[in-house]
Design a protein around this ligand. Structure first.
Ligand code: UDP
Ligand code: MG
Length: 326
Protein backbone atom coordinates (compact mmCIF):
# COMPACT_ATOMS: atom_id res chain seq x y z
CA UNK A 1 0.00 0.00 0.00
CA UNK A 2 2.63 2.57 0.91
CA UNK A 3 4.26 1.92 -2.46
CA UNK A 4 1.13 2.79 -4.36
CA UNK A 5 0.63 6.01 -2.47
CA UNK A 6 4.19 6.91 -3.13
CA UNK A 7 3.78 6.27 -6.84
CA UNK A 8 0.59 8.26 -7.05
CA UNK A 9 2.31 11.06 -5.26
CA UNK A 10 5.04 11.10 -7.82
CA UNK A 11 2.59 11.26 -10.69
CA UNK A 12 0.80 14.07 -8.97
CA UNK A 13 4.03 15.99 -8.60
CA UNK A 14 4.76 15.88 -12.29
CA UNK A 15 3.69 19.07 -13.98
CA UNK A 16 1.56 18.11 -16.92
CA UNK A 17 2.02 20.50 -19.80
CA UNK A 18 -0.64 20.45 -22.45
CA UNK A 19 0.60 20.55 -26.01
CA UNK A 20 -1.06 22.97 -28.40
CA UNK A 21 -0.52 22.24 -32.09
CA UNK A 22 -0.78 25.23 -34.39
CA UNK A 23 -1.47 23.99 -37.92
CA UNK A 24 -0.66 26.42 -40.72
CA UNK A 25 -1.45 25.47 -44.34
CA UNK A 26 0.86 27.43 -46.65
CA UNK A 27 0.83 27.80 -50.37
CA UNK A 28 3.36 30.32 -51.66
CA UNK A 29 3.52 32.17 -48.36
CA UNK A 30 7.26 32.87 -48.09
CA UNK A 31 6.58 36.44 -46.99
CA UNK A 32 4.20 35.38 -44.25
CA UNK A 33 5.94 32.42 -42.62
CA UNK A 34 8.07 34.48 -40.27
CA UNK A 35 5.48 37.18 -39.67
CA UNK A 36 3.06 34.50 -38.60
CA UNK A 37 5.57 32.98 -36.21
CA UNK A 38 6.33 36.37 -34.64
CA UNK A 39 2.67 37.25 -34.30
CA UNK A 40 1.83 33.87 -32.76
CA UNK A 41 4.50 34.12 -30.11
CA UNK A 42 3.30 37.53 -29.03
CA UNK A 43 1.08 35.22 -26.97
CA UNK A 44 4.14 33.72 -25.26
CA UNK A 45 3.14 35.04 -21.83
CA UNK A 46 -0.28 33.52 -22.22
CA UNK A 47 1.16 30.13 -23.23
CA UNK A 48 3.42 30.19 -20.20
CA UNK A 49 0.67 31.19 -17.81
CA UNK A 50 -1.57 28.37 -19.01
CA UNK A 51 1.33 25.90 -19.08
CA UNK A 52 0.82 25.29 -22.76
CA UNK A 53 3.60 23.85 -24.82
CA UNK A 54 3.34 24.89 -28.44
CA UNK A 55 4.30 23.26 -31.72
CA UNK A 56 3.92 25.12 -34.99
CA UNK A 57 3.25 22.78 -37.86
CA UNK A 58 3.64 24.44 -41.24
CA UNK A 59 2.13 22.42 -44.07
CA UNK A 60 3.82 23.46 -47.28
CA UNK A 61 1.22 22.63 -49.88
CA UNK A 62 3.59 22.30 -52.82
CA UNK A 63 4.64 25.96 -52.81
CA UNK A 64 6.64 27.17 -55.76
CA UNK A 65 8.41 29.89 -53.77
CA UNK A 66 10.72 29.68 -50.76
CA UNK A 67 8.08 28.78 -48.19
CA UNK A 68 9.77 25.50 -47.22
CA UNK A 69 13.15 27.18 -46.96
CA UNK A 70 11.74 29.87 -44.66
CA UNK A 71 10.24 27.20 -42.43
CA UNK A 72 13.52 25.28 -42.34
CA UNK A 73 15.29 28.44 -41.21
CA UNK A 74 12.74 28.94 -38.47
CA UNK A 75 13.13 25.30 -37.39
CA UNK A 76 16.85 25.81 -36.95
CA UNK A 77 16.17 28.71 -34.60
CA UNK A 78 13.32 27.07 -32.75
CA UNK A 79 12.69 23.33 -32.78
CA UNK A 80 9.06 23.80 -31.88
CA UNK A 81 8.61 24.59 -35.57
CA UNK A 82 7.82 21.57 -37.75
CA UNK A 83 7.41 21.20 -41.47
CA UNK A 84 5.49 18.84 -43.70
CA UNK A 85 6.07 19.42 -47.41
CA UNK A 86 3.78 17.99 -50.07
CA UNK A 87 5.04 16.60 -53.36
CA UNK A 88 2.78 19.07 -55.19
CA UNK A 89 -0.17 21.38 -54.52
CA UNK A 90 -3.00 19.29 -53.09
CA UNK A 91 -5.20 22.15 -51.89
CA UNK A 92 -5.97 23.60 -48.47
CA UNK A 93 -8.33 20.80 -47.52
CA UNK A 94 -5.56 18.26 -47.96
CA UNK A 95 -3.18 20.48 -45.99
CA UNK A 96 -5.65 20.68 -43.11
CA UNK A 97 -6.08 16.92 -43.14
CA UNK A 98 -2.32 16.35 -43.12
CA UNK A 99 -1.91 18.86 -40.29
CA UNK A 100 -4.50 17.12 -38.16
CA UNK A 101 -2.94 13.74 -38.89
CA UNK A 102 0.59 14.81 -38.09
CA UNK A 103 -0.06 17.01 -35.08
CA UNK A 104 0.73 15.61 -31.65
CA UNK A 105 -1.14 18.12 -29.51
CA UNK A 106 -3.82 17.66 -26.89
CA UNK A 107 -5.31 20.69 -28.56
CA UNK A 108 -5.06 21.78 -32.16
CA UNK A 109 -5.77 25.05 -33.86
CA UNK A 110 -6.02 25.72 -37.60
CA UNK A 111 -4.75 29.08 -38.78
CA UNK A 112 -4.05 30.74 -42.13
CA UNK A 113 -0.50 31.87 -42.77
CA UNK A 114 -1.62 35.29 -44.02
CA UNK A 115 -2.64 36.43 -40.51
CA UNK A 116 -6.30 36.73 -41.47
CA UNK A 117 -6.90 34.58 -38.42
CA UNK A 118 -5.59 36.84 -35.65
CA UNK A 119 -3.49 34.87 -33.11
CA UNK A 120 -4.47 37.47 -30.52
CA UNK A 121 -7.83 35.70 -30.32
CA UNK A 122 -6.23 32.54 -28.91
CA UNK A 123 -6.49 33.40 -25.19
CA UNK A 124 -10.21 34.02 -25.53
CA UNK A 125 -10.66 30.81 -27.49
CA UNK A 126 -8.72 28.84 -24.92
CA UNK A 127 -10.88 30.23 -22.14
CA UNK A 128 -13.90 28.55 -23.71
CA UNK A 129 -12.06 25.23 -23.96
CA UNK A 130 -11.36 25.56 -20.22
CA UNK A 131 -15.06 26.13 -19.71
CA UNK A 132 -15.67 22.75 -21.26
CA UNK A 133 -16.37 23.42 -24.91
CA UNK A 134 -14.93 20.84 -27.29
CA UNK A 135 -14.22 23.27 -30.04
CA UNK A 136 -14.13 27.02 -30.52
CA UNK A 137 -14.86 28.26 -34.02
CA UNK A 138 -14.74 31.70 -35.54
CA UNK A 139 -16.82 33.51 -38.08
CA UNK A 140 -16.36 36.90 -39.57
CA UNK A 141 -19.33 39.18 -39.34
CA UNK A 142 -18.25 41.56 -42.07
CA UNK A 143 -16.86 40.89 -45.48
CA UNK A 144 -15.04 44.19 -45.57
CA UNK A 145 -12.48 44.44 -48.36
CA UNK A 146 -14.11 41.76 -50.45
CA UNK A 147 -15.68 42.32 -53.89
CA UNK A 148 -19.43 42.94 -53.60
CA UNK A 149 -20.39 40.28 -56.11
CA UNK A 150 -18.30 37.72 -54.30
CA UNK A 151 -19.97 38.47 -50.95
CA UNK A 152 -23.37 38.24 -52.58
CA UNK A 153 -22.70 34.81 -54.04
CA UNK A 154 -21.14 33.66 -50.82
CA UNK A 155 -24.32 34.60 -48.92
CA UNK A 156 -26.48 32.86 -51.50
CA UNK A 157 -24.36 29.75 -51.21
CA UNK A 158 -24.76 29.53 -47.44
CA UNK A 159 -28.51 30.09 -47.67
CA UNK A 160 -28.92 27.39 -50.29
CA UNK A 161 -26.57 25.02 -48.53
CA UNK A 162 -28.41 25.22 -45.24
CA UNK A 163 -31.70 24.55 -46.98
CA UNK A 164 -30.59 21.48 -48.82
CA UNK A 165 -28.23 19.93 -46.33
CA UNK A 166 -28.86 18.62 -42.87
CA UNK A 167 -25.34 19.51 -41.83
CA UNK A 168 -25.19 23.04 -40.51
CA UNK A 169 -22.75 25.26 -42.35
CA UNK A 170 -22.34 28.68 -40.79
CA UNK A 171 -22.19 31.79 -42.98
CA UNK A 172 -18.83 33.50 -42.75
CA UNK A 173 -17.30 30.60 -40.87
CA UNK A 174 -13.55 30.49 -41.16
CA UNK A 175 -11.36 27.46 -40.77
CA UNK A 176 -9.79 29.18 -37.72
CA UNK A 177 -10.78 26.74 -35.03
CA UNK A 178 -9.39 25.47 -31.75
CA UNK A 179 -10.33 21.93 -30.83
CA UNK A 180 -9.61 19.15 -28.41
CA UNK A 181 -7.92 15.89 -29.32
CA UNK A 182 -11.32 14.19 -29.28
CA UNK A 183 -12.61 16.45 -32.05
CA UNK A 184 -9.38 16.08 -34.02
CA UNK A 185 -9.76 12.30 -33.92
CA UNK A 186 -13.40 12.59 -34.93
CA UNK A 187 -12.45 14.63 -37.98
CA UNK A 188 -9.68 12.19 -38.84
CA UNK A 189 -12.16 9.33 -38.71
CA UNK A 190 -13.76 10.87 -41.79
CA UNK A 191 -11.39 9.57 -44.41
CA UNK A 192 -13.24 10.72 -47.50
CA UNK A 193 -11.29 11.91 -50.51
CA UNK A 194 -13.54 14.87 -51.38
CA UNK A 195 -12.99 16.91 -48.25
CA UNK A 196 -15.17 19.92 -47.54
CA UNK A 197 -13.89 20.90 -44.13
CA UNK A 198 -16.60 23.42 -43.31
CA UNK A 199 -19.13 20.62 -43.69
CA UNK A 200 -17.01 18.08 -41.86
CA UNK A 201 -16.80 20.35 -38.79
CA UNK A 202 -20.57 20.64 -38.74
CA UNK A 203 -21.06 16.95 -39.34
CA UNK A 204 -18.94 15.73 -36.42
CA UNK A 205 -20.90 17.90 -33.99
CA UNK A 206 -19.58 18.36 -30.42
CA UNK A 207 -20.09 21.41 -28.26
CA UNK A 208 -18.91 24.35 -30.33
CA UNK A 209 -18.59 27.96 -29.25
CA UNK A 210 -18.73 30.55 -32.03
CA UNK A 211 -16.68 33.72 -31.77
CA UNK A 212 -17.22 36.61 -34.13
CA UNK A 213 -14.74 39.08 -35.44
CA UNK A 214 -14.35 41.69 -38.14
CA UNK A 215 -12.72 40.58 -41.33
CA UNK A 216 -8.98 41.19 -41.38
CA UNK A 217 -7.32 41.69 -44.72
CA UNK A 218 -4.49 39.44 -45.81
CA UNK A 219 -1.08 40.68 -44.65
CA UNK A 220 1.08 40.06 -47.72
CA UNK A 221 0.77 38.24 -51.03
CA UNK A 222 -2.46 37.46 -52.80
CA UNK A 223 -5.46 35.28 -52.18
CA UNK A 224 -5.35 31.90 -53.92
CA UNK A 225 -9.05 31.91 -54.60
CA UNK A 226 -10.42 33.25 -57.83
CA UNK A 227 -14.15 33.65 -58.23
CA UNK A 228 -14.31 30.60 -60.48
CA UNK A 229 -12.34 28.48 -58.01
CA UNK A 230 -14.73 29.52 -55.23
CA UNK A 231 -17.69 28.66 -57.42
CA UNK A 232 -16.38 25.15 -58.11
CA UNK A 233 -15.57 24.80 -54.42
CA UNK A 234 -19.16 25.65 -53.51
CA UNK A 235 -20.43 22.94 -55.87
CA UNK A 236 -18.05 20.57 -54.17
CA UNK A 237 -19.56 21.51 -50.83
CA UNK A 238 -23.08 20.94 -52.04
CA UNK A 239 -22.24 17.55 -53.48
CA UNK A 240 -20.28 16.45 -50.45
CA UNK A 241 -23.04 17.24 -47.99
CA UNK A 242 -26.30 17.01 -49.86
CA UNK A 243 -28.02 14.73 -52.31
CA UNK A 244 -30.88 17.16 -52.92
CA UNK A 245 -29.74 17.92 -56.51
CA UNK A 246 -30.33 14.24 -57.32
CA UNK A 247 -33.83 14.48 -55.88
CA UNK A 248 -34.46 17.60 -57.94
CA UNK A 249 -33.38 15.69 -61.04
CA UNK A 250 -35.81 12.85 -60.32
CA UNK A 251 -38.62 15.26 -59.49
CA UNK A 252 -38.10 17.07 -62.78
CA UNK A 253 -38.33 13.73 -64.56
CA UNK A 254 -41.64 12.95 -62.89
CA UNK A 255 -42.96 16.42 -63.65
CA UNK A 256 -42.13 16.19 -67.34
CA UNK A 257 -43.67 12.71 -67.59
CA UNK A 258 -46.90 14.06 -66.13
CA UNK A 259 -46.87 16.98 -68.51
CA UNK A 260 -46.28 14.68 -71.48
CA UNK A 261 -49.13 12.45 -70.37
CA UNK A 262 -51.54 15.37 -70.18
CA UNK A 263 -50.43 16.57 -73.62
CA UNK A 264 -50.94 13.12 -75.14
CA UNK A 265 -54.50 13.01 -73.87
CA UNK A 266 -55.05 16.55 -75.11
CA UNK A 267 -53.77 15.63 -78.58
CA UNK A 268 -55.88 12.51 -78.82
CA UNK A 269 -59.01 14.38 -77.77
CA UNK A 270 -58.26 17.14 -80.27
CA UNK A 271 -57.82 14.61 -83.05
CA UNK A 272 -61.15 12.97 -82.25
CA UNK A 273 -63.03 16.27 -82.00
CA UNK A 274 -61.37 18.46 -84.70
CA UNK A 275 -59.66 16.00 -87.08
CA UNK A 276 -55.88 16.24 -87.61
CA UNK A 277 -54.64 19.59 -88.88
CA UNK A 278 -50.81 19.36 -89.15
CA UNK A 279 -49.89 22.43 -87.20
CA UNK A 280 -47.79 23.26 -84.21
CA UNK A 281 -44.45 21.88 -85.31
CA UNK A 282 -42.49 24.97 -84.11
CA UNK A 283 -43.83 24.41 -80.64
CA UNK A 284 -42.90 20.76 -81.00
CA UNK A 285 -39.30 21.69 -81.73
CA UNK A 286 -39.26 23.97 -78.68
CA UNK A 287 -40.60 21.22 -76.49
CA UNK A 288 -38.06 18.70 -77.78
CA UNK A 289 -35.26 21.16 -77.14
CA UNK A 290 -36.49 21.99 -73.66
CA UNK A 291 -36.98 18.40 -72.63
CA UNK A 292 -33.66 17.20 -74.00
CA UNK A 293 -32.01 20.14 -72.24
CA UNK A 294 -33.55 19.12 -68.97
CA UNK A 295 -32.48 15.53 -69.59
CA UNK A 296 -28.90 16.50 -70.17
CA UNK A 297 -28.96 18.75 -67.10
CA UNK A 298 -30.20 15.89 -64.93
CA UNK A 299 -27.73 13.47 -66.46
CA UNK A 300 -25.05 16.02 -65.65
CA UNK A 301 -26.08 16.08 -61.99
CA UNK A 302 -25.99 12.31 -61.83
CA UNK A 303 -22.63 12.39 -63.58
CA UNK A 304 -21.22 14.78 -60.99
CA UNK A 305 -22.17 12.46 -58.16
CA UNK A 306 -20.83 9.52 -60.11
CA UNK A 307 -17.51 11.26 -60.64
CA UNK A 308 -17.26 11.98 -56.91
CA UNK A 309 -18.06 8.35 -56.17
CA UNK A 310 -15.45 7.30 -58.74
CA UNK A 311 -12.79 9.35 -56.99
CA UNK A 312 -13.82 7.96 -53.58
CA UNK A 313 -13.72 4.38 -54.83
CA UNK A 314 -10.22 4.82 -56.23
CA UNK A 315 -9.15 5.43 -52.67
CA UNK A 316 -6.18 7.59 -53.59
CA UNK A 317 -4.22 9.23 -50.81
CA UNK A 318 -5.41 12.76 -49.96
CA UNK A 319 -1.82 14.05 -50.10
CA UNK A 320 1.75 12.84 -50.59
CA UNK A 321 4.63 13.97 -48.41
CA UNK A 322 7.98 14.94 -49.88
CA UNK A 323 9.74 16.09 -46.75
CA UNK A 324 9.06 16.14 -43.05
CA UNK A 325 10.99 18.00 -40.37
CA UNK A 326 10.11 17.23 -36.77
N1 UDP B 1 -3.65 27.49 -49.04
C1 UDP B 1 -3.14 26.19 -49.16
N2 UDP B 1 -3.27 25.54 -50.36
C2 UDP B 1 -3.92 26.09 -51.44
C3 UDP B 1 -4.46 27.38 -51.27
C4 UDP B 1 -4.32 28.04 -50.07
O1 UDP B 1 -2.56 25.67 -48.22
O2 UDP B 1 -3.99 25.44 -52.48
C5 UDP B 1 -3.49 28.22 -47.76
C6 UDP B 1 -2.90 29.60 -47.90
O3 UDP B 1 -1.50 29.58 -47.92
C7 UDP B 1 -3.44 30.31 -46.67
C8 UDP B 1 -4.79 29.65 -46.47
O4 UDP B 1 -4.74 28.41 -47.19
O5 UDP B 1 -2.64 30.09 -45.53
C9 UDP B 1 -5.92 30.52 -46.97
O6 UDP B 1 -5.70 30.89 -48.32
P1 UDP B 1 -6.05 32.33 -48.87
O7 UDP B 1 -5.60 33.37 -47.92
O8 UDP B 1 -5.52 32.40 -50.26
O9 UDP B 1 -7.64 32.25 -48.91
P2 UDP B 1 -8.65 33.39 -48.41
O10 UDP B 1 -8.18 33.85 -47.06
O11 UDP B 1 -8.58 34.46 -49.42
O12 UDP B 1 -9.96 32.69 -48.35
MG1 MG C 1 -6.42 34.61 -46.64
Amino acid sequence: MPEITQELGQIGMEVYMRLLSVIVPCYNEEENVRDFYDELFKNAAFFQQKELEVEVLYIDDGSKDKTAQEVRKLHEEDNRVRLVSFSRNFGKEAAIYAGLQKCKGDLAVLMDADLQDPPSLLPEMYAYIEQGYDSVATRRVTRKGEPVLRSFFARMFYKLMNRISRTEIVDGARDYRLMTRQVVDAILSMTEYNRFTKGIFGWVGYETKWLEYENVERRKGETKWSFWKLFLYSLEGIMAFSTVPLTVASLMGVLFCLLAFILIIFTIVRKIVFGDPTSGWPSLVCIILLVSGVQLFCLGIVGQYLSKTYMEVKNRPVYLVKEEID
